[in-house]
Design a binder for this molecule. Structure first.
Ligand SMILES: Nc1ncnc2c1ncn2[C@@H]1O[C@H](COP(=O)(O)OP(=O)(O)OP(=O)(O)O)[C@@H](O)[C@H]1O
Ligand SMILES: [Mg+2]
Length: 345
């Protein structure tokens, strides 16, 4: 007991958004301290003790697709859930130490944001990873709940709010009222699926292979979901599948919109299906208040236009879509009463 309160005194509590693409860390009293890609580079340890962590975050992301034999760059979170617990634990330990300026022996209280579709086995695994990475106490908050708090919505009120979080791995659509998620749907389709769709399109159309990172650049630079937007072009470099040599083609926004039809269709459908399952009183609130978009994928050009056309509802985007989830969790960390109300068991 005494040890616990001492540990609490010396450590700063953290909120972590463990995303497929990015991990963000908020420290109580200091705010957002880091945002790094969820990538870990590991090398085979010659002593046979398993993998050795070489780099985490930006440094590791640079290694993706460029690693020599023996070194692998791993993304431990796939489709919004933890696919590799050992590596996730290593990543959590790295972030905890970073938050404490690499001081060891601090045991913070940690809030971790998890997908709403998480199973109880996965919940236990997340808790255990955080505990063995050094946490003293672990709270789990569902990502849409955290996102709603972060976007400034009053989640404790008896009013329906709809949040759409388009992340790297998943798109989560949820309706929130009275501190709980009333109805939600998750699909394993987000920014990564868009990148994949671009890779497949370029392969089919130009017989050319582009890497994940190039596909993401194309998406961020010229992709638009709406045909009303101005069209632009971009040079794309890759490897010719027939000749086997590097080549360059020019892709247009119109082509990329065609490439993204499938994943965008899935996202729009998920919003529709969630609206259909929303109780009428809450649906009426959403007509007035609109839909709040968060997540990096919501920055796709013209996405708001398409959603507005398809749902006839007002569409809002949170001020900083990348950080809404971690800021919401951070706000809960600052307000223990709210944290206890919104945390899941
Ligand atoms: N301007 C942009 N246009 C379109 N997509 C973008 C843009 N900027 C970033 N993205 C995409 O946003 C995604 C990352 O968003 P975010 O950081 O919210 O995901 P995440 O929280 O890590 O994932 P998840 O919530 O699924 O676990 C990536 O797929 C990235 O390519
Ligand atoms: Mg996310």
């Amino acid at each position: 007991m005494i040890f616990d309160s001492l540990a609490g005194f010396f450590s700063s509590d953290l909120a972590i958004d463990l995303g497929t693409a990015n991990t963000l860390v908020y420290v109580k009293g200091r705010g957002l301290i880091c945002s790094e890609p969820s990538v870990v580079a590991v090398a085979k340890d010659n002593t046979g003790r398993g993998d050795k962590v070489l780099a985490v975050g930006h440094e590791a992301k640079e290694m993706l697709g460029r690693t020599p034999g023996g070194i692998r760059a791993i993304r431990p979170i796939k489709d919004g859930v933890i696919a590799d617990f050992e590596i996730t634990e290593a990543m959590l330990r790295y972030f905890i130490q970073r938050a404490h300026n690499r001081r060891k022996l601090v045991r913070p209280r940690i809030v971790i944001c998890v997908p709403p579709c998480i199973t109880s086995v996965e919940k236990r695994a997340v808790r255990e990873s955080a505990l063995s990475a050094g946490a003293r106490e672990v709270y789990l908050i569902e990502e849409p709940m955290a996102a709603a708090i972060g976007a400034g919505l009053d989640v404790t009120a008896a009013t329906g709010n709809m949040v759409v979080d388009i992340g790297g791995g998943t798109t989560d659509v949820a309706v929130i009222s009275l501190s709980g998620i009333v109805t939600s749907r998750s699909i394993r389709c987000g920014g990564d699926a868009m990148d994949e769709a671009i890779i497949n399109y370029v392969r089919r159309k130009y017989n050319m292979l582009v890497g994940e990172r190039s596909a993401e650049q194309i998406k961020v630079t010229i992709a638009t979901a709406s045909d009303a937007a101005k069209s632009s072009t971009m040079e794309v470099k890759g490897r010719d599948l027939v000749a086997g040599i590097p080549k360059v083609v020019v892709a247009t926004s119109d082509e990329i919109r065609e490439a993204l039809m499938e994943p965008l269709g899935q996202i729009v459908e998920t919003v529709h299906l969630t609206l259909e399952k929303t109780p009428p009183e809450l649906a009426a609130d959403i007509v007035d208040r609109g839909i709040m978009l968060v997540g990096g994928g919501s920055l796709l050009g013209g996405l708001d236009v398409v959603l507005r056309q398809e749902t006839k509802l007002p569409i809002l985007r949170s001020e900083d879509p990348f950080t809404a989830v971690v800021h919401g969790a951070g706000r809960a960390l600052d307000n223990l009463e709210l944290l206890k109300e919104v945390a899941i068991q």
